[in-house]
Design a protein around this ligand. Structure first.
Ligand code: GLY
Ligand code: MN
Ligand code: MN
Length: 358
């Protein structure tokens, strides 16, 4: 990882890099505590943490073999003094910083306290290093998605008329945690009946009713890596329009998955699903992008949407999640997470996609 940072410094003519984003901290140093400041100066990598994290940081950076040493800051040795001294010792004049995640007041304070060091925005330069996953990362993402599969299988025997959306979400979360998840990758969505026309509805005390669509979008974190999956079922029997909407989303999902190839642009994969939904007459009801990458964070780049022209490369993770959302009627989304392979796309999700009527 030190080597990657060295390359970025050389390419961008920087004397050093300051990493403050929690996911980049984890990726480049191995530290999982979130609150830390990793300074790479070309000469060395130092992770500054406070006493809450010192022991964990030493263990985690060591285990990751990241090449970062740990220094504790405290009242006697304030962070800014330590950073300033190190930058002077290693003759750093231009320091790359994470402008996309740093709040303005922090930036202003760094600029004043680290002067005359020049702060140079890194934009998404560090995130881009995370796009192509290693085999070890792919294993963890696969395991995280498998935990989602297990929770979905289990919940099918639990769903009943009268259960609330909040209970559905709680059941999914409990089951993912029982199966080994260390946490959630985002707030679980359980949206039933007319609520399901809101793609990111917040679960409430609405009870499941006969004939409701129920969209469940859920994901967990396993050893830091996220999963993401959506399934929509019908409580009781689906009517003809529900079947048509469901079938259209399923076909769009499968088509995009089957036709995705490395070398394609992200926006062209989005177009496959969007075209299918438009041809079926539901174009105006599919507002969001087709998918996004996933890793240490739930929404990573590149994204399968109308704007992203990134070329897909083996090892990139993408979700494929078309949906149709009709206000006053309900909505359907089907989402898998998987990896771009040498020949196409391998989904990590194995839960059934044909319409389930409970
Ligand atoms: N649950 C968020 C997403 O699917 O992107
Ligand atoms: Mn998603
Ligand atoms: Mn999702």
């Amino acid at each position: 990882m030190i080597q990657k940072l060295k390359t970025i410094c050389e390419e961008s003519e920087l004397g050093g890099i300051l990493i403050t984003d929690p996911y980049n901290l984890q990726y480049f140093t191995g530290f999982r505590g979130g609150e830390g400041y990793a300074l790479f100066t070309g000469a060395q990598g130092i992770l500054y943490v406070d006493s809450r994290y010192t022991e964990a940081a030493v263990q985690e950076t060591g285990k990751a073999g990241s090449g970062f040493t740990v220094t504790e800051f405290n009242r006697e040795h304030p962070l800014m003094d330590l950073l300033g001294r190190q930058l002077r010792e290693d003759f750093v004049q231009k320091l790359g910083f994470e402008d996309r995640s740093m709040v303005c007041s922090t930036y202003i304070s760094y600029r004043e306290k680290l002067a005359p060091v020049q702060l140079i925005p890194l934009e998404d330069r560090l995130e881009r290093e995370r796009r192509i996953k290693t085999p070890e990362e792919l294993d963890l993402l696969k395991k995280a998605e498998a935990i989602g599969d297990q929770a979905f299988t289990e919940i099918l025997s639990v769903l009943t008329v009268g259960m609330t959306e909040l209970e559905v979400a709680a059941e999914l979360e409990y089951r993912m945690k029982k199966a080994g998840a260390e946490g959630l990758s985002f707030d679980t969505i359980a949206a039933s009946g007319i609520h399901s026309s809101m793609p990111h509805a917040i679960p409430d005390d609405k009870q499941l009713e006969e004939g409701d669509f129920l969209t469940m979008d859920f994901g967990c974190r396993y050893k830091g890596y996220c999963s993401d999956m959506t399934r929509t079922v019908v409580i009781g029997k689906a009517d003809a329009e529900q079947k048509k909407v469901y079938q259209t989303v399923l076909e769009a999902h499968c088509k995009a998955m089957e036709e995705l190839r490395p070398g394609m642009r992200c926006c062209d994969v989005d177009r496959i699903a969007r075209y299918h939904i438009r041809e079926a007459g539901y174009g105006e009801y599919f507002g969001h992008g087709l998918g996004h990458s996933v890793g240490l964070y739930i929404h990573e780049s590149p994204a399968l949407n109308t704007r992203d022209e990134t070329i897909l490369v083996p090892g990139m993770i993408e979700t494929i999640e078309p949906g149709i959302y009709i206000p006053g009627f309900g909505g359907v989304r089907i989402e898998d997470m998987g990896v771009v392979t040498e020949n196409g796309y391998e989904s990590f999700a194995h839960s059934k996609k044909e319409l389930i009527e409970l």
